[in-house]
Design a protein around this ligand. Structure first.
Ligand code: F6P
Length: 544
């Protein structure tokens, strides 16, 4: 059995109604998993226990357990960049750090953690201040991709835990409008800046960092501050998280304010490192530790639970069943929580930048499809955006619903309605509504048979859309850490099953190369290599 054979295994499922699977007693109980911070109901998936066993068998055939062990012990599983993948170590206890990294590197990691904690406590206590001695009121984090999404999703999900006296902002897009929107809110004297960039060469981050630096220096000049030198404001108020120390220093950031990034931590898995500094400044050291603790608990579960009871493995196998057996090309991430509104965007990078590939680790063209197109937005907003398509187009779109049973706001009735909508949507997507049901309803509502004939076809719903529902008691740092780690491990398992390297991202290089080319043509350079379409577009720009 291999992935190519899954379509034959799914022949029965393709003509089966999910709702019929509930004829088996205790399906809801048997197709669910419960962990301290997360509950997974996968009973609305179009799969029975025989099919699931076949998938588990497939996982065993690709030696998944050995692959998991290799990741956690630091083998160079990122084979094209010849790197280990050890973001998990960053949230593990000291003794595991020592065991996996060795004393020297574990010492470096420990030092970085202490450096981060000290920055956070010194800012909170006013030991670290702006160049005029005022307490910091704002933090501006500059980064993109993995140097942005992890901070963004965690800041918004844990807004309940944020220090009201310290507003943390993130900027990623190179669009000056995004930058101006932030800068007009900031006071140069009380803004701490964190530049996050592993390479310290990413075009958007460098342009934004230069613009913010120019803004801050011109504010200092205008204020005619009696600073011993202009650059002292940068040395005092700027921090960086990078592996490129030379580039960071030449930008003007003081060496004591540079925190490390290691090549064995991928950008999209880096929130557990000093990349999390803006988040730790927002929620405090203790809550940042609780986020890591929640992730660590998921690591333990992932490494130790039998596959049939293993939440990341089950979610990964269900994703493969939907993608490769039932051949559904997309995955909707629908968090029914305003505070999780950034989760779909975060998972777009984590999932699609990891497994959006078509060549195996050893370089062969893959005979099967890999990562789905991931999209989504917060519920209930999605119900007024794309749920129409999900209910009535011919496309079946597997969905992950995520919800917290207890809300944070005072509006308890609103929260109850939010949760009700979440459960209702997963039920509606599964049940649908047949034309007979529609006709009965229309007749009962008093419609004439002519109206029933006219309207009924437009009101049927296909149903049979599979979904997971992930439930948290409350959205706490621990629960958030477990959720992020759950998806990291799910994506890892899928990468193993698809035989791709989930940890490089060569696909972003061509866009970067052509970006520089187009920029040079805009500045009058040779336009060779470009199509007539791009040349004419550039001409329009130049004449605008
Ligand atoms: O999206 C491409 C990418 O290389 C990501 O993998 C990375 O997180 C992001 O760009 C930013 O890179 P850096 O941290 O080097 O600025």
């Amino acid at each position: 059995m291999n992935i190519q054979k899954l379509t034959s295994l799914a022949q029965v499922a393709k003509t089966r109604s999910i709702i019929s699977l509930f004829d088996h007693q205790d399906r809801a109980k048997n197709f669910s998993l419960s962990l301290p911070n997360l509950y997974l109901d996968y009973s609305k998936q179009n799969i029975n226990d025989v099919e699931l066993e076949q998938l588990i068998d497939l996982a065993q055939k690709v030696d998944l357990s050995a692959n998991i062990a290799r990741q956690f012990q630091g083998d160079m599983i990122n084979n094209t960049e010849e790197r280990s993948v050890l973001h998990t170590v960053l949230r593990a206890p000291k003794e595991i750090k020592q065991e996996v990294l060795g004393a020297a590197l574990a010492g470096e990691v420990e030092a970085a953690e202490q450096q981060m904690k000290k920055i956070v406590s010194d800012v909170q206590e006013g030991v670290l201040t702006g160049c005029t001695g005022k307490h910091f009121t704002d933090v501006l984090a500059i980064g993109i991709g993995g140097s942005y999404y992890g901070v963004k999703v965690s800041l918004s999900s844990l807004e309940h835990y944020r220090d009201p006296a310290l507003a943390v902002h993130v900027i990623a897009n190179v669009d000056g409008g995004a930058l101006e929107e932030k800068l007009k809110k900031l006071n140069y004297e009380t803004t701490l800046v964190v530049v996050i960039s592993k390479t310290f060469t990413t075009q958007e981050t460098m342009l934004n960092a230069k613009a913010v630096k120019q803004w801050m220096l011109s504010c200092v000049e205008e204020a005619d501050l009696k600073l011993n030198n202009l650059s002292s404001v940068i040395e005092q108020q700027w921090f960086a998280v990078s592996s490129n120390i030379e580039a960071t220093k030449s930008f003007g950031i003081s060496i004591k304010n540079i925190l490390p990034m290691w090549d064995w931590v991928g950008g999209r898995f880096s929130i557990w490192s000093a990349v999390g500094l803006p988040l730790a400044l927002a929620i405090g050291n203790d809550n940042f530790s609780k986020l890591k603790q929640g992730a660590y608990e998921m690591d333990i579960h992932f490494k130790s639970a039998d596959f049939k009871d293993n939440m990341p493995v089950i979610m990964a196998l269900l994703g493969i069943w939907n993608r490769n057996a039932l051949e559904y090309p997309t995955l909707a991430i629908l968090p029914y929580a305003h505070s999780l509104r950034a989760l779909p965007g975060y998972l777009q990078q984590t999932d699609m930048e990891s497994n959006g590939k078509s060549v195996s680790k050893s370089g062969e063209k893959l005979p099967w499809l890999t990562a789905p197109v991931v999209f989504g937005q917060e519920g209930t907003n999605g119900q007024h955006a794309f749920m129409q398509l999900m209910h009535q187009s011919d496309d079946i779109i597997p969905t992950d619903f995520i919800v917290a049973l207890k809300g944070r706001s005072q509006y308890t009735e609103n929260h109850k309605v939010l949760v009700a909508n979440c459960f209702a949507q997963s039920e509606a997507l599964m049940q649908g509504k047949t034309i007979e049901q529609v006709k009965t309803e229309l007749l009962a509502s008093g419609c004439t048979s002519k109206e029933v004939k006219r309207l009924a076809p437009h009101k049927t719903m296909k149903g049979n859309t599979p979904s997971n529902t992930l439930v948290m008691e409350t959205l706490t740092p621990e629960a958030m850490g477990s959720l992020l780690a759950l998806y990291e491990h799910k994506i890892f398992v899928q990468g193993v099953m698809w035989q791709v390297n989930s940890f490089d991202q060569w696909g972003v290089e061509l866009g970067k190369q052509l970006g520089s080319k187009v920029l040079s043509v805009m500045n009058g350079g040779e336009d060779d290599m470009l199509s007539a379409s791009s040349k004419s577009l550039i001409e329009r720009f130049r004449n605008s």
